[in-house]
Design a protein around this ligand. Sequence first.
Ligand SMILES: [Zn+2]
Length: 237
Amino acid sequence: MTYTRSEDKNKALLLQSATAEQIRQHTEDIRQGVTSCCLPPCPRCQLTSDLFKRHEKRSRQFYVVMNQLVVTLMGLLLRWKCPGCNKTATDYPGFAIPYKRYTLPTILGFSSCYVADPDSSYRGLIDACPLEYEAKPDSEVSYTSIMEHSTIHRWVTTLGGYSQIVREATGLILQADPVTSICRDLAGLMIPSKKYASALRKKVLLSCFRLVFLESIYRSVFQVSIFPRLATRCAYS
Ligand SMILES: [Zn+2]
């Protein structure tokens, strides 16, 4: 009998990533000035974002996963400036979130496998799907390095911090379908006690679980992802 670990069946989910083409296209659109502003009204002076001006292009390294190899690509992110109060804000494309080089599909894939599968562990997910870093041409280091399991821990922490997004997404789903079972479903999500050692970590894990759960419901109700529009409106919080 072949013994299949719970992580193995998740492999397709673990191998998700933005593509090099998505990053190239987004970067090219910014270079050519054809991206439109997807930001919400200015949080400081409430001016509509249609009036925002292009402020600056920022380089960002992205880690794209191709056949379990982590490839580093350079891309651009665009910052807009509100002419009313001079506040600036970054417009994140759907594949990127603040402060992360890995792309959103990878972060969501690993995080959802961790929180949704009671038997999963950070090390187990890495063993099931080791991600190897591409050797840098100028590097003197010859050994291969594999993504560390602590990276998944940090991703779950980041997504688990998006409690405003969870509240807003729940509210919008309720508005669209007042008889939805969403509140009952969210209340039924559980994290086994072996996965946390503090009440705070339990709260983070549950919040991450709610977010990945809501993402699939939100997609089926609104035909779009929570990212980037709703996430941006909630300032990724
Ligand atoms: Zn403003």
